[in-house]
Design a protein around this ligand. Structure first.
Ligand SMILES: Nc1ccc2nc(N)nc(O)c2c1
Length: 374
């Protein structure tokens, strides 16, 4: 029996959007889904109960960070990541490839693996596809990622081609090393930069290896939005309909809608939690920097149309005050709201697919939010 089961419930009649159900060992997930990021075994400023309250069904954590601190062996001794962080719904762990390239200094990429220095204390480490699988097996996450190289943007064709070849080899080695297939679903990660032929080749070769799900990596790394959208469009074309597609590191409200339209089922992004801590929140009429002066005597909620705990109980003036006073509650109230906003957005997207009016929903949301149509 495989660790996860994806069922395609309905395809949108005019786009590549899909309504699906993803069954995992830690609960059922309705897709398309937004996954809050909990890199170091916590979604910053949120308790698991608050995450459940806002409707989160799956969260992310990270191999690179948890290996460095507190160490995957300690988490294994604690009974695994679910037990350690008191989260009994689904967890997806990223493999660390991306974090090594974005966080650590002194990296040496070889066929065998990647040598890097910890961003915490400069100690030297060596990740291989086998090591990364072993760490994720110890963490016990429900969905785990292959070890990949996320090519930088921009990068020339030769570099991306070699990098993609390495990602394929590492995916094969990781798949061989992964024994716990009943409990943990290993996804392949499609790379290939912005090059159509490399994306097609990478997707086809990963599909031949028959993973239970596929991530689209190497995007949301600084490329223009329309380039990202085009690469997503062409990559999903080569991925099987009956398996989930996960667009890594995305995103903002417009990116979520555009990604769903192009056939993506799963998303994660640090944006909602990160900007919340800096006092920027999503609202149905666009982003709002609540710490700004105009809100000093604005006693309305962050968003008139939002029914989250924050919007039901606190005013912009109060939340602005908390930010100005550097109070911890500021980050908590803004984070609750931002995560709820995106999780609610996904719920409205799923409803729009059900009613076959996704494009109308996009038009209406974009107009109100202040986005210009692509
Ligand atoms: N934008 C991103 C975010 C996370 C990623 N994780 C992995 N493993 N690979 C990528 O290409 C990513 C890209």
């Amino acid at each position: 029996m495989a660790a996860i089961k994806y069922r395609l419930i309905k395809k949108d009649s005019r786009t590549n959007a899909r309504l699906g159900i993803l069954e995992t060992p830690h609960g059922v997930i309705e897709t398309p889904v937004f996954m809050p990021v909990g890199t170091q075994a916590t979604v910053k400023a949120m308790t698991p109960e608050e995450l459940k309250e806002i409707g989160a069904t799956i969260i992310l954590s990270n191999t690179y960070h948890l290996y460095l601190r507190p160490g995957h062996k300690i988490i294994e001794k604690a009974g695994g990541l679910h037990r350690f962080m008191n989260w009994d719904r689904a967890i997806l762990t990223d493999s660390g490839g991306f974090q090594i390239f974005s966080l650590s200094s002194l990296r040496k990429i070889k066929e065998e693996g990647v040598e890097f220095r910890s961003h915490i204390d400069g100690s030297k480490h060596f990740f291989t596809p086998e090591k990364v699988i072993e760490i994720q097996n110890a963490l016990g996450s429900d969905i785990i990622m292959s070890f990949d190289e996320c090519a930088p943007y921009p990068a020339d064709y030769e570099y991306v081609k070699n990098s993609m070849e390495l990602t394929i080899k590492w995916a094969e080695r990781g798949k061989k090393a992964h024994k716990n297939t009943e409990k943990q679903a290993l996804f392949g990660i499609v790379q290939g930069g912005i090059y159509e032929d490399l994306r097609k080749e990478c997707a086809q070769r990963l599909v031949e290896m028959d993973f239970p799900g596929y991530s689209i990596g190497g995007l949301s790394v600084g490329e223009p939005k329309n380039v990202m959208y085009d690469i997503v469009d062409l990559t999903t074309e080569y991925l099987p309909e009956n398996k989930p597609r996960y667009l890594m590191g995305v995103g903002s409200p417009d990116d979520l809608i555009e990604g769903v339209i192009r056939g993506v089922d799963m998303f994660d992004c640090v944006l909602p939690t990160r900007i919340a801590r800096n006092g920027t929140v999503f609202t149905s009429k666009g982003k709002l920097i609540v710490r700004d002066a105009p809100y000093a005597e604005d006693f309305s909620p962050l968003d008139e149309e939002c029914d989250c705990y924050t919007c039901k109980n606190y005013s912009r003036a109060y939340i602005r005050h908390l930010f100005k006073a550097n109070e911890i509650l500021a980050a908590r109230l803004a984070t609750i709201h931002n995560l709820y906003f995106l999780i609610k957005l996904m719920e409205r997207i799923r409803e729009a697919i059900r009613q076959d009016r996704l494009l109308e929903f996009k038009k209406q949301f974009f107009k109100k939010y202040g986005y210009k149509e692509e």
